[in-house]
Design a protein around this ligand. Structure first.
Ligand code: PMP
Length: 438
């Protein structure tokens, strides 16, 4: 079948045709092809604004799932990509190397918590989590402790959609029931409460220690999202818990994996959320904002001890090697994005966003539909009593000129760091208006 609706200019008449085709044929994240929700056609994006095919502009409150920290179409990142395209867009990383990868590795080693000086480039967040898990498993195998095959994690987490990553997502909200028969069985402990003095907080510490004490011989690593649990429920918990987890992992000789795919590069108000706890994990995953949201790239960093442990054991190499590993374009975008992060003063940007979110979004707490409002860094979350209607709520936001994509009972913003006060106020006021009608 010819799809000649792709031949013409981007006009409304053509738009209807290709949109009907794509609605019928193309899966979106977590979507149905028989009862699809609307996907809005974007033709361009600049700064914090998305332009739809019909000419409407939306202020982006999501930074394209938390990645586009410097805004869209940024001249420096564009230039870095143009320059890199003129040199080499891709080359295999097996037996070949290039400066953009080495430069990026040096920068990441420099800015991440101390001790993480070995690095593996992966193609997405989920893959970097798989890589982290494999590092932990290979490490213990090489130590002659091959029975340490299981992971320990806290409930309400989210670590990705591949099988290893899925196995450590929240067992209720995640996909465990669907894939129960094939998912590795992991240890789960209660997610810490939001404050240090809550009773469920201290209970969660006891449970963590007990699990480590009883089952350390089976556990390869503990994996957690430090301080902010993202897609598992947008929960914040005290950095003290991460510090305590580090202490316990040391005491019981279990590796600690920090998944900073969502929190990395300033989002939580610290450059890395581990910095809030003053700890270094044994393995760290970063992704999402790494390239400023331009390309897919992630990295798994680890220590000398883990790297040596793996490489001195059998088979003497780390067993992973994706085709697009360390893609030069993605590395060039990441190098440019990291430069901007410091040039633009990420800390000031994030602190200003935090202040506005506290002031403006905080007012939602008085609305009857609202259960809780919480803000940390450039993350603002409004938790509702009931799940939202995903067929109607995003449409209402679009009609008001903003791009907010809620999930479950959570309406949240994680805007680009470059958002202006006026635009951020507008996002918050729009959320308040729409939620007040629920
Ligand atoms: N870990 C965390 C903490 C995440 O937030 C995500 C993505 N939301 C992932 C892992 C998976 O990353 P990706 O979607 O790039 O595979």
């Amino acid at each position: 079948m010819t799809k000649d609706f792709f031949q013409g200019p981007a006009q409304q008449a053509y738009s209807q045709d290709w949109l009907a085709f794509e609605r019928d044929a193309l899966w979106h994240p977590y979507s149905s092809l028989t009862n699809p929700i609307t996907a809005y056609p974007v033709v361009s994006a600049h700064g914090v604004r998305l332009t739809l095919e019909d000419g409407r502009e939306l202020i982006d409150g999501m930074a394209s799932w938390w990645c586009v920290i410097h805004g869209y179409n940024h001249p420096s990142i564009n230039q870095a990509l143009h320059d890199q395209i003129e040199q080499v867009s891709h080359v295999m990383f097996g037996g070949l190397t290039h400066r953009p990868a080495a430069q990026l590795a040096a920068r990441l080693i420099d800015i991440t918590p101390p001790g993480l000086d070995k690095l593996f480039f992966a193609d997405s967040g989920s893959v970097s989590v798989e890589v982290a898990i494999k590092m932990a498993l290979q490490f213990w195998q090489a130590q002659g402790q091959a029975n340490r095959t299981r992971l320990l994690t806290i409930r309400s987490g989210y670590h990705g959609d591949t099988f290893g990553a899925m196995s450590v997502c929240d067992p209720v909200g995640g996909m465990h029931s669907l894939f129960q028969e094939v998912l590795p069985q992991q240890f789960f402990v209660t997610a810490p409460g939001a404050t240090l003095n809550s009773s469920d907080y201290s209970r969660s510490l006891d449970e963590l220690e007990q699990t480590l004490r009883n089952d350390r011989n089976k556990i390869a690593a503990m994996i957690l999202e430090p301080v902010v649990q993202g897609a598992g429920g947008m929960r914040f918990y005290p950095a003290d818990y991460v510090k305590y987890a580090r202490e316990l992992c040391d005491r019981y000789d279990v590796l600690l994996i920090a998944d900073e795919i969502a929190t990395g590069f300033g989002r939580s108000g610290h450059l890395f959320a581990c910095d809030a706890a003053g700890i270094s994990p044994d393995i760290l995953c970063v992704g999402k904002a790494l390239t400023g949201g331009y390309m897919t790239l992630a990295a798994t960093l680890t220590t000398q001890r883990v790297a040596e442990g793996i490489c001195n054991g059998d088979p003497g190499v780390f067993m992973h090697g994706p085709t697009f590993m360390a893609n030069p374009l993605a590395c060039a975008a990441a190098n440019a994005s990291l430069e901007l992060l410091f040039e633009n003063g990420w800390f000031t940007q994030v602190s200003q966003i935090e202040a506005i979110l506290n002031r403006e979004l905080g007012q939602c707490i008085d609305l009857p539909a609202v259960k809780d409002v919480r803000v940390k860094g450039a993350i603002g979350v409004v938790e509702l009593h009931e799940p939202v209607d995903m067929h109607s709520l995003p449409e209402q936001f679009v009609q008001r000129g903003v791009w907010i994509r809620p999930f479950r009972n959570l309406v949240y913003v994680m805007p680009p760091y470059v958002i202006s006060e006026v635009d951020l106020n507008y996002l918050c006021i729009t959320i308040r208006d729409i939620l007040s009608a629920l």
